[in-house]
Design a protein around this ligand. Structure first.
Ligand SMILES: CC(C)(COP(=O)(O)OP(=O)(O)OC[C@H]1O[C@@H](n2cnc3c(N)ncnc32)[C@H](O)[C@@H]1OP(=O)(O)O)[C@@H](O)C(=O)NCCC(=O)NCCS
Length: 151
């Protein structure tokens, strides 16, 4: 998938995963690479998306589709190169994942974030997600913001 802005969205290869693990802490400005569990390549790689601009990887999305009668498209981790933020890369990655989810009968999307991550909250709300703070979501005293959206 190519867009007007010269962005190219494609699937995730092992070399991409290796690259992302090496840059993730820098892209996030803190420890984040532990969130890139290898299962998001080996078991769920078919759901992942990479964004390229002029042949350079500028963003990625790791996610999966749950099983069951009402499958949910779950976004585990998204990251955008710091020099390429606010240019619609995250939005285009989400749109590609959403199209993939729609093709697979998904009717609801979900993702979570730490409380206080205002940039993520604004980003998700701009994409039509509803945010709810759920106390103890990730265990005692570990509240999370839960974002959901119908597809
Ligand atoms: C959150 C993240 C995925 C957004 O990706 P992106 O490619 O920059 O987002 P987009 O350009 O697609 O933004 C789409 C819309 O979301 C909203 N948005 C995105 N980032 C935002 C931010 N930091 N603050 C406020 N609104 C934001 C805006 O409405 C934006 O549209 P606009 O630029 O026309 O105003 C990206 O910044 C990222 O990888 N962050 C990782 C680190 C992080 O989350 N930091 C914040 C907490 S510490």
């Amino acid at each position: 998938m190519s867009t007007d802005g010269g962005l190219h969205i494609r699937g995730l290869e092992k070399a991409d995963f290796d690259y992302l693990v090496s840059v993730l802490d820098r892209w996030w400005g803190g420890p984040a690479s532990q969130h890139a569990h290898p299962l998001f390549y080996y078991e769920f790689g078919e759901h992942a998306r990479v964004a390229e601009h002029d042949g350079e990887i500028v963003g990625f999305l790791l996610g999966f589709i749950t099983g069951g009668k009402e499958p949910v498209g779950y976004i585990h981790l998204v990251g955008i190169h710091p020099d390429h933020r606010r240019r619609g890369v995250g939005k285009v990655l989400y749109e590609s994942f959403m199209a993939h989810c729609a093709e697979n009968g998904v009717q609801r999307l979900k993702t979570i974030a730490a409380t206080g991550a205002e940039g993520q909250r604004d980003f998700h709300e701009s994409l039509g997600f509803t945010a709810e703070v759920v106390e103890d979501y990730a265990g005692p005293g570990r509240a999370r913001v839960v974002f959901t959206r119908a597809l």
